[in-house]
Structure formats: structure tokens, C-alpha cells
Write a protein that binds this ligand. Structure first.
Ligand code: GLN
Length: 449
């Protein structure tokens, strides 16, 4: 499969053939169910779009029944930016409903398969994006990451996925899950392509009030794998990970040292607080954000309701899946009077502590090396208990709570032939170092696709 860098250099006349080729490949692998649809908008380099990003004229649904029939009336800022750079939206990527999940099993359109093993999940929530890029049926894709949804499916499918610093990429036109955590980011076959796509979508946007109003220096042209960096490894983090993940961690540490980086060993308070704080804050924000889907303005409206209240109830009962309902209930609970202080406010305090702790580690390090997930891709149905699924996000959610940039890249394959990805976490707005470190690690481990 052609890289994004190469595709951007193709003469215009060859673009139609490229799009056709991608479509043919994707149709040949239709069993993966990575694409929800092959919608096209424009004639540039085809880029797969997660189904929660607005593309004007498309039926953008967040893989939910409640948004069937909804047609996006405008383009997200990232879509305007990719079009200005010669790319065009091509295909809607499957995902967990409203980006809530870690396996892409909760999609209205059915599950997506992992290209490395059809009995296993591709990860989630950006599972369609990751499976398509991993299977070579998309050049690159956009995903969104609220608590790991770019990085974890990237790790499960053997590709590169990057979550920018909170505020770096505009959220205008991204269906909100948890507004203080959500970021859009690139999912690609290699680090350089990720840097290229990251540059294209980044920058200030006055339509997103949380967008960082600061000067932007592109990273891709300044990529430098020869910088010598200090990388912190968190010793107590890794103990609960599977053998395969621990082995990849050792491989990466060795590779980093051999490439001339300094590795320092640190401890952190432990990720169990991350999960608790994340699932309170994310569900609280989700319960507010999803209140707009009531059958009046967006998408599907239930039939046969006798009055307004019944219309709301029926529309939401029929339109939302089980996991989304669970999150709305959890979120409403932690925000309700009497519980607000005990759960929501406490979680906000813990969020500050998590941020402070990262800052402490970054006093002596440029980057942190961490697992992305405790295991390689798990089997369908294996995480039937929702709490078990939440716990599998242990390594990713802290990064979102602290608003930091992080990149997930494949390091090696397990004995079963499954990819193992690790992440490099950087300081706020220091994406340059994140990409430089990732490029160096990518070269040092020479992962075979
Ligand atoms: N798995 C996490 C959740 O379910 C993260 C999802 C995401 O990043 N969108 O909330």
C-alpha cells in the first residue's frame, strides 16, 4: 500500500485510479466490516473518516441507530483542512456507538474484525479506522481519542495512532462524547505519515473555544530521529500487563538505549485512580452531551408517542444502545445532587493530581514509555462484563485526563502473530519530541508488517 507521503505527490490524473484501487481492496475485505459506507467527497487523496466527524452531505451517525437518516449540514474543521491539503473524505469508518467502548462491538452496524485474527476485536472505539489501515484497505484514517480510542485500536491492529495535546486539533464538527477529553488524531501505517496528517489537521480554530490560540510549528518537516532523548519508564505500571506486553516493553527499552537515548526508571501512583476518575468525568460529560439527541432536532424520531415526554423517552429508548444508556445513567448519577461532591468533584481533584504527577516525571524526562493496553487484541465477547472492559483502558485514560500528546506504535508481534503496540507520551504541545522519539523507536525496532 502506498504511503500518505507518496500519495500526496501523485499527479491529479492518477487520483481516480488510486481511489478505485482502494475501493476494490476494501470490497475484497468486506468481511472486516471496517467501512460502514464508501461515501466520497472530492477527488483528492482518499482518507477514511471515523463516523463521528461531520462531512457535509454524509449520513454521519456515530454508529448509532439514533442518528440514522441524519445528514451533516457542514464540514468539521479537520475536513476543511484535509481538503485544503489535497485529501478528500473517502468512506465512513466503523466505531463503537458514540465512541464509547474499547472493541468496536457496540456499533449499530455490527462488529469490525481484527485483520490479524478474525476472532479478535480490532480495539475501539476507532476500530474501523485501525482495521482498515492495518489491513491495507485505507492509506490513512482519522480517529478520535477520548480515553484511548486512537491509540488502543492502533496497537491491536499494528499501526500508528496519535492523540494530540488537548486543544491542538479543533473539535468543531466532532460529535462530542466527553468535551474536556476528546481529540481527533491521525491513524497511519508509519510515524512519518502520522506527522504529516497531524500537521494538516492541527492549529487554532476560533469556532472551538478550547482550541489553543498559539503559534503552530509544523513537525513533519523537522522530524529528527537523531536527537538523544531521556525516556522515563514507569516500573510499577508494567507489572500487571501480559507477558507479551512486558516482552515488547523490554524490547523497546533495549532499542531506545541502543539508539543512544537515556532511560530513567520512575514510579507513578498507579493507574487505578485514572480509571475511576475517567469513568466519572467521561460519563458525566457524556450524559450532558447526549441530551441533545431527543428526536426533535437530530436524526431519528420514534413513532406513536402521545406527548412530548413520551416522544423523548421512546426516541432515546429505541435509539441508544445498551452501553450508551449505561453511560448516560452513570453520568446522570455522578452529577445528581447528593453525589456530585462525592463523585464528580472528587474525580476533578484526582484529575489535578494525575496532571501534577505527569509534570513531576517530565521534570527529568522528555518522554514516557508506557504500554497501550494490558494485553494484545482480545477475543469477541471476552470482555462481556462492562467493568472488565473499562479496566482494560488503564494505560490510556490518564493521558487524556492530563491533556497530553501520545503516540502508539507497533513494536513487535506476539508468538500468536498479534501486534503489540506501545506508547510514547510527551509534554503539553511538545508533539515534535513525541514524533522524533517515535521515529527513532520505529527505526530501532523495525517492526515487520
Ligand atoms: N474505551 C474508552 C471509553 O469507552 C475510551 C473511548 C474513547 O477514547 N473514545 O470511554
Amino acid at each position: 500500500m502506498i504511503t500518505l507521503k507518496e500519495a500526496l505527490k501523485l499527479p491529479k490524473e492518477e487520483m481516480a485510479a488510486l481511489r478505485e484501487d482502494i475501493r476494490r481492496r476494501a470490497e475484497e475485505r468486506s468481511e472486516l466490516n471496517a467501512y460502514i459506507a464508501f461515501d466520497e467527497a472530492g477527488e483528492g487523496v482518499p482518507l477514511l473518516i471515523k463516523d463521528n466527524i461531520q462531512v457535509k452531505g454524509w449520513n454521519v451517525t456515530s454508529a448509532s441507530a439514533i442518528l440514522q437518516g441524519y445528514v451533516a449540514p457542514y464540514n468539521a474543521t479537520v475536513i476543511e483542512k484535509i481538503e485544503a491539503a489535497g485529501l478528500s473524505p473517502f468512506g465512513r469508518a466503523n466505531m463503537d456507538e458514540f465512541a464509547m467502548g474499547s472493541s468496536t462491538e457496540s456499533s449499530f452496524y455490527g462488529k469490525t474484525l481484527n485483520p490479524h485474527d478474525p476472532e479478535r476485536v480490532p480495539g475501539g472505539s476507532s476500530g474501523g479506522s485501525a482495521a482498515a489501515v492495518g489491513a491495507g484497505v485505507a492509506i490513512a484514517a482519522l480517529g478520535s481519542d477520548t480515553g484511548g480510542s486512537i491509540r488502543q485500536p492502533a496497537a491491536f491492529c499494528g499501526i500508528v495512532g496519535m492523540k494530540p495535546t488537548y486543544g491542538r486539533v479543533s473539535r468543531w464538527g466532532l460529535a462530542a462524547y466527553s468535551s474536556s477529553l476528546d481529540q481527533i488524531g491521525p491513524m497511519t501505517r508509519n510515524v512519518e505519515d502520522a506527522a504529516i496528517l497531524y500537521d494538516i489537521i492541527s492549529g487554532h480554530d476560533s469556532r472551538d473555544s478550547t482550541s489553543a490560540d498559539m503559534e503552530y510549528t509544523p513537525v513533519a518537516l523537522n522530524l529528527n530521529a537523531d536527537r538523544k532523548l531521556t525516556v522515563a519508564v514507569i516500573e510499577n505500571y508494567i507489572k500487571d500487563a501480559s507477558k507479551e506486553v512486558q516482552s515488547a516493553y523490554e524490547t523497546a527499552i533495549k532499542a531506545l538505549e541502543e539508539a543512544g537515548h537515556r532511560v530513567v526508571r520512575k514510579e507513578m501512583m498507579g493507574a487505578k485512580y485514572d480509571i475511576a476518575a475517567y469513568y466519572i468525568i467521561a460519563t458525566a460529560e457524556a450524559s450532558a452531551n447526549l441530551s441533545r439527541y431527543d428526536g426533535i432536532r437530530y436524526g431519528n424520531r420514534a413513532e406513536g408517542a402521545e406527548n412530548l415526554k413520551e416522544l423523548y423517552l421512546k426516541t432515546r429508548s429505541e435509539g441508544f444502545g445498551e452501553e450508551v444508556k449505561r453511560r448516560i445513567l452513570l453520568g446522570s448519577f455522578v452529577l445528581s445532587s447528593g453525589y456530585y461532591d462525592a463523585y464528580y468533584l472528587k474525580a476533578q481533584r484526582v484529575r489535578h493530581l494525575i496532571k501534577d504527577e505527569f509534570e513531576e516525571v517530565f521534570k527529568d524526562a522528555d518522554l514516557i514509555l508506557s504500554p497501550v493496553a494490558p494485553t494484545t487484541a482480545f477475543r469477541f465477547g471476552e470482555m462481556a462484563d462492562p467493568l472488565q472492559m473499562y479496566l482494560s483502558d488503564v494505560y490510556t485514560v490518564g493521558v487524556n485526563l492530563a491533556g497530553l500528546p501520545a503516540i502508539s506504535l507497533p513494536v513487535q508481534k506476539s508468538d500468536e502473530g498479534l501486534p503489540v503496540g506501545l506508547q510514547l507520551i510527551g509534554k503539553h504541545f511538545d508533539e515534535q519530541t513525541v514524533f522524533d522519539g517515535a521515529l527513532s523507536l520505529e527505526r530501532a525496532v523495525a517492526y515487520e508488517k
